[in-house]
Design a protein around this ligand. Structure first.
Ligand code: ADP
Ligand code: ASP
Ligand code: MG
Length: 468
């Protein structure tokens, strides 16, 4: 029997009508004999709103909290009412939503009193997005006489380290627990609805896996169950040659290798969690990205073996926003082995992930790109650790930049890709701040001003004739 773990993102469940559509889609597959585990994100935009209310709570703004609570409850009640038709069921779900929102309010008031927002309490606040959407999806399935039950990531057995905000799953124990919990449910024909994005430490404290984490939850569960396939339902046809919101003529890619798709997600495609494909890749479980509004379309299939045809060196152009460029410079670095290691050791110990690195031939300068939200932390850590020792003279940063990346397995050994890329960008009068090519030769990326990002993506997409 086919076992599919399927995920519905925030856009797929943005309204009650969409949730009813999702429930019918699940019901159709159940009637075709599939065994299904469902993972859901928060309703569209809710995670961002929770981040904002957590900040307001830290700043002591209790009026904002009260209003927020009312709006959040209303928004979910409206969606639930539209998603569920049977009155008794509607009331049951309404009660769950009210209890959850009351709990959230208490947590936020607690933050106001303490005047501090730790990464642990922030994760707890963020967990409410998915905890509120899952019961509504459960109600919509029960409305169709399906036997569904909802669980948090922690309840279903996903255990992580305590790196709140970007927690990593402890895969061995997670796989064992998830299998133990879910298989008996599937035996009893129960459809588990699991909250994406959130999990728990071994002590039961709520963690989150990082933005876009529901995709990650889905492959973690898929690998624990050795699912037949993992399906990521979303609002576009699949992984495309570029973000269709930037390049309207972008084309769907019917098949990609895990390596290529991972490179694309790391560099921003589909706002997917950068590690989301890892668990599926390790177990060779095919992943499909599909359009929830066009279920006849089989979407993008991500598999182990890449099929590269001649003349298809470049597959996709991606754009990463919200990043910053850090430059570490100083003559003391020249001919001093180990400086780069020290810089990245300091950064790594602070849990700051580096997206791109480049060092000039003179060795007097190392540049790297990190997430913009971590910029202050990175600069101050570097200054404290390295400035005093005479190795480096200066740490500077630019926070108005973005990364444009060209991805494709066929680039390996194909000369001329880089020069075409830079010529296309230069022709538009765009200045390139930094360049890097991964040693895998799966991507070439460059840093440009954020205001030039979309124009650069469009120019490269056109240069490599990726459009329809
Ligand atoms: P979900 O709510 O389903 O998780 P996301 O908003 O996280 O959806 O991701 C889907 C969006 O990703 C699409 O609407 C599209 O605009 C964007 N996107 C960016 N790059 C790509 C790409 N290369 N292929 C497909 N979608 C992309
Ligand atoms: N709700 C979370 C986010 O917005 C997780 C997800 O949607 O995948 O990042
Ligand atoms: Mg997403």
């Amino acid at each position: 029997m086919k076992k599919i773990v399927m995920k519905f993102g925030g856009t797929s469940i943005a309204s009650g009508k969409n949730i009813r559509h999702v429930a019918r889609l699940i019901a159709d597959h159940v009637s075709q004999g599939y065994r299904i585990v469902t993972v859901v994100s928060a309703l569209e935009g809710i995670t961002d709103k929770l981040i904002e209310v957590a900040k307001q709570a830290r700043n002591g703004n209790s009026n904002y909290i009260h209003e927020f609570k009312q709006k959040l409850l209303k928004e979910h009640l409206v969606v639930a009412k539209e998603a569920i038709q049977k009155e008794r069921l509607q009331q049951e779900i309404e009660q769950i939503l009210k209890t959850l929102v009351d709990e959230l309010e208490k947590v936020l008031i607690g933050i106001v009193y303490v005047g501090e927002l730790t990464s642990k309490s922030k994760d707890y606040v963020l967990s409410f997005g998915e905890r509120l959407s899952a019961p509504i999806v459960m109600g919509a399935l029960r409305d169709l006489e399906l036997n569904a039950k909802y669980y948090t990531g922690g309840e279903i057995g996903i255990v992580t380290d305590s790196n709140f905000g970007e927690a990593k799953p402890l895969m061995n124990v997670t796989k064992h627990q998830v299998k133990e919990k879910i298989e008996p449910l599937l035996e009893k024909n129960i459809i588990p609805i699991v909250t994406g994005y959130i999990a728990a430490t071994q002590d039961g404290e709520t963690t989150t896996l990082g933005r876009g984490g529901s995709d990650y939850t889905t492959t973690i569960i898929g690998s624990a169950l050795t699912a037949t396939e993992v399906w990521i339902w979303t609002d576009v046809d699949g992984l495309m040659t570029s973000d269709p919101k930037i390049v309207p003529t972008a084309k769907m890619l019917p098949e990609l290798s895990f390596k290529e798709a991972t490179e694309m997600t790391i560099f921003g495609a589909k706002a997917m969690h950068p590690r989301a494909l890892e668990p599926a890749m390790e177990e060779s479980i095919p992943v499909r990205i599909r359009n929830v509004f066009d279920p006849e379309n089989s979407g993008t299939l991500i598999v182990e073996k890449q099929k590269t045809r001649i003349g298809e060196a470049v597959k996709a152009i991606t754009l990463v926003k919200e990043v910053a460029l850090v430059n570490v410079s100083g003559a003391g670095m020249v001919g001093s082995p180990g400086t780069a290691a020290k810089v990245f050791d300091v950064i790594g110990r602070d849990n700051i992930n580096v997206l791109m690195i480049s060092q000039s031939v003179s060795e007097a300068n190392i540049s790297f790109v990190i997430q913009r939200s971590l910029l202050e932390k990175a600069v101050s850590t570097l200054e404290i650790a390295l400035l005093g020792r005479g190795l480096i003279r200066e740490v500077t940063a630019e926070d108005d930049v973005c990364v444009v990346a060209v991805v494709g397995a066929g680039m390996k050994g194909t000369p001329g890709v880089a020069s075409r890329l830079f010529t296309a960008v230069a022709r538009k009068g765009i200045n390139i701040r930094m360049i890097a090519q991964g040693s895998s030769e799966l991507n070439i990326s460059c840093v440009v001003k954020e205001t030039d990002g979309e124009k650069a993506v469009q120019a490269i997409h056109e240069e490599f004739k990726l459009q329809n």
